[in-house]
Design a protein around this ligand. Structure first.
Ligand code: ADP
Ligand code: MG
Length: 306
């Protein structure tokens, strides 16, 4: 099967998609944006052996590639519309591509984003780059830089699960729930949309809470304090790890793709699935407390090429 048949069969779906005049198949996609909105553009690459273990299932790789981009769209308070895919295949079989396509469209259908084009190449390892264009009401995008002194600091979902899941996968003692949290992150589009006009700042947690919250605080020119005892933890994380490990995973484990945001408590009191974990302060830096005592946190996170 040549490249063009492969694309036609696995990436070109028939049927009308909202805002897509021309999708896969021409030199470029022709899109019809909502001209009353601003567009949000995001891109993320997953590299075999760096962002996912080489034996990860094709469907999970694809799902995750879409989900991590959707998480950036969520963190901006936007909703997704269109996506493109640059796929580098190594010695992949047609079966592999079929599974990849099914995982990709699982995520695309669930979050209502249309695949409108891409590029298919071969290379030494599997590399997946996805771009997504989203839309948001003009002037309403949630930025990292808007945190205000006196805001409470919130997170969605539970923290540390993805890093825990990956760790157990690599040790050959997988936990089903935690593995899914790594392989199939749940981008918080609905929560992000609910925060528009209510939250003052937001970031998605890809490199660990402590590191990403520091980025938000720095961008806002403020500091913050969080209470480690208030970090939301899943039952599976509590069962499989010691309290010290739970703390380290929740603060510094990457790949959660939850949202961290700041807002006046009153403004977000009706939003479900969020937990208040601290407060924005004037003096810069992040202070973490446990039982009132200040705790030193190694928040170096994961940085590529260091
Ligand atoms: P060109 O040479 O003009 O860049 P290509 O031959 O690379 O075009 O691609 C043909 C069409 O297939 C284009 O519309 C492109 O967007 C689409 N396409 C290529 N690879 C993919 C992919 N992996 N997923 C979705 N669409 C793809
Ligand atoms: Mg062309």
């Amino acid at each position: 099967m040549d490249e063009f048949d492969l694309i036609r069969r696995y990436f070109d779906r028939d049927g009308e998609m909202p805002g897509v005049a021309v999708g896969v198949g021409d030199d470029g996609a022709v899109l019809t944006p909502d001209t009353a909105k601003q567009q949000i553009q995001v891109i993320d690459t997953l590299v075999e052996g760096v962002h996912f273990p080489p034996d990860t299932k094709a469907a999970d790789i694809a799902y995750r590639a879409v989900a991590v981009n959707l998480s950036d769209i969520a963190a901006m308070g936007a909703y997704p519309r269109w996506m493109t895919l640059a796929l580098t295949l190594s010695d992949s079989s047609e079966q592999w591509v079929a599974a990849f396509s099914s995982g990709l469209f699982d995520a695309a259908d669930k979050y209502k984003v249309a695949l409108v084009g891409g590029d298919t190449t071969s290379g030494p390892i599997v590399t997946v780059t996805v771009t997504i264009t989203g839309e948001v009401e003009t002037g309403a995008a949630l930025l990292r830089s808007g945190a205000k002194v006196g805001d409470a600091i919130f997170v969605t979902g539970t923290l540390g699960d993805a890093a825990a899941g990956l760790d157990l996968l690599q040790r050959g003692e997988p936990d089903e729930f935690l593995a899914q949290r790594f392989l199939r992150p749940a981008p918080r589009i609905t929560t992000g949309r609910a925060l528009v006009g209510k939250a003052n700042s937001a970031i998605d947690i890809s490199d660990g809470l402590a590191g990403d919250l520091k980025k938000l605080l720095t961008a806002s020119g403020v500091g913050g304090e969080i209470d480690i005892d208030k970090l939301p933890l899943s039952e599976s994380l509590r069962e499989r790890f010691t309290p010290d490990e739970q703390q380290q995973l929740a603060l510094c484990g990457g790949d959660d793709y939850e949202l961290c945001f700041t807002a006046a408590r009153e403004a977000v009191k009706d939003i479900p699935g969020i937990a208040a974990i601290g407060a924005v302060r004037e003096s810069t830096g992040l202070i973490c407390r446990r039982n009132g005592e200040i705790v030193e946190v190694d928040d170096s996170g994961y940085r590529h090429f260091q």
